[in-house]
Each structure stands twice: as C-alpha cells, then as structure tokens.
Design a protein around this ligand. Sequence first.
Ligand code: PAF
Length: 284
Amino acid sequence: MKRTGSVAEVRQQVKEWKKQGLTVGLVPTMGYLHEGHKSLIDRAVKENDRVVVSIFVNPIQFAPNEDLESYPRDIEKDTELCTNAGASLIFNPTPEEMYPNGFSTNVVMNNLTKELCGKTRPTHFGGVCTVVSKLFNIVAPDRAYFGEKDAQQLAIIKRMVADLNFDIEIKGCPIVREADGLAKSSRNTYLSAEERQAALVLSKSIALGKKMVEDGERNAQTVIDAMKKCISAEPLAKIDYVSVVDALSITPIDEYKGYVLTAIAVYIGKTRLIDNFIVDIDTL
Ligand code: PAF
C-alpha cells in the first residue's frame, strides 16, 4: 500500500487505475483511525477495486477556540490499519499542499448548516464542504464513504453532491459503538477514566429516545425533554443540544413524521461528543 502527500501523485495513480477499468472508493478521514473508520474502509474495499483513504486534519473546519492543535494523530498506526483493511493508497497531504499560498475559494452551503452542530460551530461545515469538494476533485472516486455518527455532515455532503453535480455515489455507514454503547470517536481519547464512564450518558439517552419513538411517542418535545432529563442526571455532562429534525433538510420538527434525525451534542468535561438515531416513521 502506498502513502503520499502529493495531489499530483494521487491523480496519476487514480488515472492509471481508471485506464485499467478499475473502480475507486474514497474514505475521507482526519486520521487516528478506529473501528468506525475501519468499517467504512471494509465496506469500500468490498464495493470497489481500489480504495483511497485520505488522512488530513483539515484546519479550516476548526474554529480558533477548537482542538486543531491537540487533535490526536498517529500516521504509522493509521497506515497499519489501512494496510490490514486492504486499502490501496493513503493520501495524507500537508495543509500547504491543500491550501497553498493564495488559496481563496470556499464552498458555502446555505441550508442544512444552521441547526445542530452548525449553531455551535458556525464555520465548521464550510470547512468540511470545501475540503470534501477538493478531495472529490483530487481523487475523483466512484463512491465515497461517511459515518452516520456525523449525520448532519452526511446530509450536507449528499446535498452538496446533488447541488454541484459531483458524479459520486455517497454511502452512509452505521455508527460503530464500544461494547458498552459509547459511539466510537477519535475524541474519546480526550476522556479521563471518570469522564469515559460519564460519557455513557450519550448512548443511554439515545437508547431511551429511540425506545420512546419505537413505542409510539410522536411528540418531539416529549422525547427531547426525557433525553435532556437523562443527560442532566450526569454531573459531568453539559448539554449543547438535543434536537429533532427532518433528516434530509435538517430543519426542526415538532412531530415524528417521515425520516427523522434525533441528534445530541454533549460536553463531557471539555470534550464535546455527538450521537444520534434516525428513524423512518413510515417503516417503523
Ligand atoms: O468526518 C471527518 O472526519 C471530517 O469532517 C472529514 C469528512 C474527513 C472532512 O475533513
């Protein structure tokens, strides 16, 4: 398996694969790969002849007060995981390769970015849309794989691909959890032992909300209130949001109807974690 930081080398390699009639999958990541990422790579390996994993801690999706500097990195361990999973190429560019002097263009999404994480992180999704567009143009994959844990990001990328006519199939992959329920995240490494235990309140409240909806509750505020009560019982937890939105347009709804995303963001100490569940009420 090759590893390169060069846009030109990735392009050359993908060109050769395409000349041979091979299909290409892309798994965009910020590295410090865990089983959640591995599930994306595994699926991409199954569905494509060649798989590119991008590993790039994208500076423009972090606000100045966020964790860009401390974001965990381990390229050697990531390389081992990608090799074992059967990926063909790692693209790990420097910030200068992605954003050379004079870089002046951003992809801005007007809708879908105002609620949920977009409220607390108003510049985040612009950074995500810009870097993902660049990765799509650099790799030109047939398919790209994203985790459903970042449900808003996934909805935004699907919208962007439709709006900008990228000829790429977007595949959402289920949330991967630890044995005790905590959703896998590179940021879980920030948690102390006590915080790690407290963080279980996220998956606990998600399970509670999901059960209420499966048992027939359709009032969004009733579910939100119950989930908030559950989270607030944990002294180390501070709620950023508990929201119920239409899963495609990411606009708040009062009633569970159609395709619905229930999403939460909770600070455990200084670490902000997210989790969610999606239900299609029509097929429940
Ligand atoms: O989900 C992530 O890890 C990042 O937001 C992504 C999609 C790789 C863009 O930097």
